[in-house]
Design a protein around this ligand. Sequence first.
Ligand SMILES: CC(C)(COP(=O)(O)OP(=O)(O)OC[C@H]1O[C@@H](n2cnc3c(N)ncnc32)[C@H](O)[C@@H]1OP(=O)(O)O)[C@@H](O)C(=O)NCCC(=O)NCCS
Length: 324
Amino acid sequence: MEIIWVDGRDPELFRRFYEVKFGVRREELEFPVGLGVEEARVLMAGTHADVRAEGIGLVEGDDWLGVAWLDWWLVGNTDTVDVELAVVPEYRRRGVASRLLDVAVERVRAEGRRIVSGTNLAGDPVTGESAGTAFARARGFEKKHAELHQVVELPIDVTALERPVDGYELVQWREHAPDEWLEQFVELLSGMSEDVPTGDRTDEPVRWTAELVRDAEARRVAQGRFTYTTAAVHTATGELAAYTQMGGTPETPERLNQYDTYVRRTHRGHGLGIAVKAPNLRAIQTGPAVMHTWNAPENAPMIAVNAKLGFRPVAQRTIWERVL
Ligand SMILES: CC(C)(COP(=O)(O)OP(=O)(O)OC[C@H]1O[C@@H](n2cnc3c(N)ncnc32)[C@H](O)[C@@H]1OP(=O)(O)O)[C@@H](O)C(=O)NCCC(=O)NCCS
């Protein structure tokens, strides 16, 4: 058996790596999610301000047995490396994931980082348990957080949900935040990073800057992704009070994602969450698709808003950490 490092620059090698990674997701999840092959390759091969990604494969002859995807955070959480393990079903319980994890841990130690974090995507929606959680426990990881994976079939009739909130106007944009809103949008993104429930995770909120926003936007464009943002502006003060973002890729038009929704602390309690989500949904939904979102089970207000839109839980993802 041979260990192969993958950096995304060799498209054929990357395709083999990706087939294992996404093949396992397809196998494990009723509603598989994740970047398409080219989006993932661009992420791995490119240079980005916030993250560096690399891959490890365990290969026997021409057969790929399993892979690990490593995310090295460069902004916030710079002590942590996220590792996603995927093993081809017929090679399981033969120590493949353990071997890949050992190689990853050795690298993490060599680079002076302290925490290995892993997300188990395919937990049962109620218990959160799966092969991945059994593996994580067996390899000394501690459970730190959970998120409910929820889906809704589109299109849905949003008319009944679209309620303007007195004193606020909506603004919408696509791939780039307009210059006039950029500074305030940076504040809201940082607020989101501070306020989103992260359970017991080792989590250092990201201090967003205009440069980081532009870098993230450029990466999404390079990946071929599209993003729809709706924000609410407090008319009297000109303050950007709330925003929501949804997006996807033409590679998988049947799969859309609900990303952040955030209401500035001083503007909560007015129904701004649904007030930005409903029109954003109206803008993005053009045909049949499934929209995905994730929320901490304790984030009751957000889950209530999602339930109003018709979202239902399909899996529980859990986040694990091992301190080296
Ligand atoms: C989780 C996963 C990566 C494990 O891969 P693997 O190569 O079978 O794992 P290993 O053979 O190294 O298992 C090591 C130990 O983990 C535990 N373990 C692994 N799978 C298990 C299962 N299905 N049930 C119970 N315990 C399990 C056992 O203690 C095992 O040791 P043992 O076989 O000597 O009893 C694999 O099942 C998989 O790809 N699952 C889907 C994707 C996923 O959940 N990834 C994890 C997210 S990071």
